[in-house]
Structure formats: C-alpha cells, structure tokens
Design a protein around this ligand. Structure first.
Ligand code: ZN
Length: 201
C-alpha cells in the first residue's frame, strides 16, 4: 500500500500484469471499486494514474501457454485507459529453434511482474527440464516476456477505435475487445453511448 500525496485516501498501488488471470472473465462483472493508484506498462514505459477498473477479460484457458488480457480503466481526470497484455509463461532452452532470432532474458533474471521461475511452462518444441537444467546452468533457460500496450483516450469513441486491431489487412474489433468494451460500458454511460452509436463509414 503506497499513499500518494494529494490524492484521496486510501490509495492502493497496483502494477497490473495479469494478477487477475485466474478470474473467469466471462463470469459476473465486477462493480468498479473506489479510485486507486494504478500503474500499467506500455512497451518500455509505465503509465500511472488514479482511477478505477471498468472491465477486465482474458483469453486464458486451462493449460494455456500464451494468452491476451485486456483491461479498461477510467481515470479520475475522466480519461479512458486501455491496457492489453500478450502474456506468456513459456520457457525455452537457449538454443531452441523457436526463439533463435530473439534475445530472451534468462528466467532467473526477469522483471518482477513477469512469470516466476516456478510457474514457467516448458516450450513444446525444445521441452526443457526447467528445474534440472537451471540447476546446472542458470543462464541456459530463457523466458518469453509479456508484451504490454496502453492506449490513453479522451472519450469512448477514441477508446473503441484504439481497441481495433489489424488482422490480414482488415481493421476490426476482436471478440475479446468487444467483450471487454461491453463489460466496461455497463459501468460507464459515456462508453455505453459510444458503443451504441452506429459507425458511419
Ligand atoms: Zn523452445
């Protein structure tokens, strides 16, 4: 718990990675909690604000190695923040063909908001025996890192636009984006209006 001077108490500090990943996002919608301090990653930077979560959804299923999480926040200053994380818990041998062109960190040397060593799952191609191989050489097992993106939007229409993705050259709203927008719109009249407005093209 970190108190930020000048903001309404209590101010809880969240660094969001995917702590809510275990929650069934298709279950009952959470009612937005009180305003708190929230930090989300956007590439290499951190976006910090006082706000509340309007929606959260994940594509994680039992046994998933990689999945996407989407969250929507409303800030105290009335902005919308969308946060998308491409999550991975996969660990590879350093010489795995799947990651031969990538420089991945050793799993013992990753950011604290990435998957912990003990929660890493072996790549299905190089199939490392993570514990045994780490024991022999701590640098031999590399971890895929999460990919974070944050969009800061002035209004509901911009938020919806920011959540469009390009697939095969076509710009569209994914099922996951549609679901989190529907969830969030139940708690925000402006977003609900934007979502219910036909898009003139
Ligand atoms: Zn591998």
């Amino acid at each position: 718990m970190t108190k930020i001077p000048g903001t309404p108490p209590p101010a809880t500090l969240h660094l969001v990675r995917g702590e809510d990943a275990g929650v069934d996002a298709l279950g009952p919608d959470a009612v937005p909690g009180p305003m708190c301090r929230i930090k989300v990653r956007d590439g290499v930077r951190v976006v910090a604000f006082t706000g509340t979560q309007l929606g959260h959804i994940t594509s994680e299923r039992q046994g998933s190695l990689r999945w996407t999480e989407l969250s929507i926040y409303r800030t105290q200053s009335n902005l919308f923040v969308a946060h998308r994380v491409g999550v991975s818990c996969v660990a590879h041998r350093v010489d795995c063909a799947v990651v031969k062109d990538k420089i991945l960190p050793s799993i013992v040397d990753m950011r604290s908001d990435e998957f912990a060593v003990e929660d890493r799952q072996p790549c299905q191609v190089c199939r490392p025996d993570i514990a045994a191989e780490l024991d022999e050489d701590p640098d031999s097992i590399r971890g895929e890192t999460d990919r974070h993106w944050a969009g800061i939007c002035n209004d509901g229409v911009s938020l919806i636009n920011a959540l469009h993705t390009m697939r095969h050259g076509v710009r569209s709203l994914s099922g996951l984006a549609s679901a989190v927008l529907s969830q969030a719109s139940e708690h925000d009249a402006q977003l609900s209006d934007a979502l219910n407005t036909e898009l003139e093209v």
